[in-house]
Ligand binder design. Structure first.
Ligand SMILES: Cc1cc2nc3c(=O)[nH]c(=O)nc-3n(C[C@H](O)[C@H](O)[C@H](O)COP(=O)(O)O)c2cc1C
Length: 375
């Protein structure tokens, strides 16, 4: 393993529009599109459709980075009907049209690898009981053919089943390569399976995957190892959400938990560490006006690129780059409503508002019909 990736313009004043090295890529700006589940895939099959290629193509920019919506690594990892997968040939072919559309605009795109763990329902998993590190009942929401419903009861993964789960991530990483992505992001955030293992509110195991943080982080790092073996460390990002309570998450000592992970990630030359600010809970802001804290904290520990996300507007994004608490900023909701977001930010143009009602409908409304500034 080698040293963390360098930051190009150290020493000079950085802005959102100074270039940056991300692994082998040179990005022309630091306005990243955050992973955004939009439930537009073809059902059955969870296959990315041409409408999705159009959507991502609209949001691609020369030298800009997009992180795709979460793509499930297996049937057992599904929790939201309409979310795409990355485990079948049809899905790979569908994603290939997405990556081609992004590359045609000179952009880059990483695929987010996703397994929801306990945030699932038997309707989504071929009637198999959803799996998690431990049985910890919670109140949550999943999306099935019956709409937004509570998750099914889950069971604890047997230790003998863990290699199979890791194998699903490995296969998904290969599939992402076949689909033409530029890299992958491991979804270790927002209360899904890797986060469930990491935090002690959801991990009550007494085997080598539970107890001290070294054990709770084992799955995340084993997944990282197999993914990096496929892609090279510098084309892999990791997403974390310290202190988030989304999906009923809890940890008794988040600073120690996430500090340990960030420190250990220094052993890898990753593309970036993606940090969600706790002022955002999943898909909504809960701490209006709160400053970003998580990226600043992990910045002190992690030596590679930090991609900060959660509640940024153009001014606060510029400010965090100038303060050097982050190297790039991911925008979620504003990228939904502004296909040309980097350009608007660069030129100081007004932003379209987003419409929450159309985040998850399964057509073009609120998806590919947001206007570009010059329309
Ligand atoms: C509609 C919607 C879908 C989302 N889907 C994902 C996802 O698939 N994976 C993920 O890690 N985060 C997901 N998020 C969280 C966003 O990536 C981001 O962290 C959050 O929106 C905060 O950023 P913002 O304040 O710029 O919107 C989603 C958010 C929204 C609004």
């Amino acid at each position: 393993m080698s040293a963390p990736t360098n930051i190009v313009s150290s020493g000079s004043v950085k802005t959102l529009f100074s270039p940056i090295r991300v692994g082998p890529l040179t990005l022309s700006h630091r306005v990243v599109m955050a992973p955004l589940t939009r439930l537009r895939s073809q059902i059955p099959g969870d296959v990315p459709v041409d409408l999705m290629a159009e959507y991502y193509g609209q949001r691609a920019s020369e030298g800009g980075l997009i992180v795709s919506e979460g793509a499930t690594v297996s049937i057992g990892g599904r929790g939201y009907l309409g979310a795409p997968g990355i485990y079948s040939e049809e899905q790979i072919a569908g994603w290939r049209r997405v990556t081609e559309a992004v590359h045609a605009k000179g952009g880059y795109i990483f695929l987010q690898l996703w397994h929801v763990g306990r945030v699932s329902h038997v309707d989504m998993t071929n009637c198999e009981m959803p799996v998690a590190p431990s049985v910890v009942p919670f109140e949550g929401i999943v999306v099935t053919r019956n709409g937004f419903v509570p998750p099914s009861p889950h069971r604890a993964l047997e230790i003998e089943e863990i290699p199979k789960l890791i194998g699903e991530f490995r296969k998904a990483a290969w599939n992402a390569k076949a689909a033409g992505f530029d890299g992958v992001e491991i979804h270790g955030a927002n209360g899904y399976i890797l986060d469930q293992f990491l935090q002690d509110g959801t991990n009550k195991r007494t085997d080598s995957y539970g107890g001290p943080i070294q054990n709770r982080a084992r799955l995340l790092f084993e997944v990282l190892d197999v993914t990096a073996a496929v892609w090279g460390e510098d084309r892999v990002g990791v997403r974390l959400s310290p202190n988030s309570t989304y999906n009923a998450m809890f940890d008794s000592d988040p600073e120690a938990t996430f500090g340990y992970v960030a420190d250990r990630l220094n052993r890898y030359a990753l593309a970036y560490l993606h940090v969600i600010e706790p002022r955002v809970k999943g898909i909504e802001t809960v701490g209006e006006g709160q400053p970003p804290v998580a990226s600043a904290l992990l910045r002190k520990i992690y030596k590679g690129n930090i991609l900060a996300a959660g509640g940024f507007d153009p001014a606060s994004a510029e400010a965090i780059i100038e303060r050097n608490d982050a190297d790039m900023v991911a925008f979620g909701r504003y990228f939904i409503s502004n296909p040309d977001l980097p350009k608007r930010i660069q030129l100081g143009l007004p932003l379209n508002d987003y419409d929450r009602e159309t985040f998850y409908n399964n057509d073009a409304r609120g998806y590919t019909d947001y206007p570009f500034y010059d329309e």
